[in-house]
Design a protein around this ligand. Structure first.
Ligand code: RP5
Length: 177
């Protein structure tokens, strides 16, 4: 799977976030992440490249990512999740890792194998599952916003809207109970 959401609508847009799945069975997490990136108008691409099943392709992808204009990589995988670590081993870009749930340990296996990187090769590890996928998008946006003031403004609007939704929920619950 390869997706560049904005390229089809006009002139070629360089993806800034590279999302890599260990399997197409992780696609629902990529969709959650993509929803956040689209809301923030961040161009991205999604690939399926396994650290175990296609290690050479995953390594090549990471090694060439910066030269192709990518600024942040996200590895999403379940079970023994070495994907984000493998991307980090082959790139100097910031790498975020999202452990997928499911399986015997329901994501605890993926969480530990994502987060427990040896010193020198960091992976910014998010929560297991959809919450982690959404936060990976927002954290990637915050990294990109360091030198993109328009994106920083969009993030500020999103934060205000989130707060307003909580305030509205607070009003409603106090009316009901
Ligand atoms: C991991 O193993 C994948 O990221 C996926 O979460 C899990 C199972 O993969 P499939 O057998 O569904 O392809 O490598």
């Amino acid at each position: 799977m390869s997706t560049d959401v904005t390229a089809s609508d006009g002139p070629a847009v360089v993806p800034r976030v590279g999302v890599v799945l260990g399997s197409d069975s992780d696609a629902s997490l990529a969709e959650a992440l993509a929803e956040e990136l689209r809301a923030l108008a961040i161009p991205f691409e999604v690939r399926v490249l396994s650290a175990h099943r296609s290690p050479g392709l995953a390594a090549d992808y990471a090694a060439t990512a910066a030269a192709r204009g990518l600024r942040v990589l996200v590895g999403i995988a379940g079970m023994a999740n070495h994907l984000a670590g493998a991307l980090a081993a082959h790139s100097l870009l910031p790498v975020l890792g999202v452990p997928a749930g499911g399986g015997l340990l329901d994501g605890l296996d993926a969480l530990l194998s994502t987060v427990q990187m040896p010193p020198g090769v960091p992976v910014g590890t998010l929560a297991v599952g959809r919450a982690g996928a959404r936060n990976a998008a927002i954290l990637a946006a915050r990294i990109l916003a360091l030198d993109d003031s328009a994106l920083a403004a969009r993030l500020a609007v999103a934060r205000t809207r989130m707060t307003e939704r909580v305030e509205e929920a607070d009003r409603r619950i106090r009316e009901i109970l």
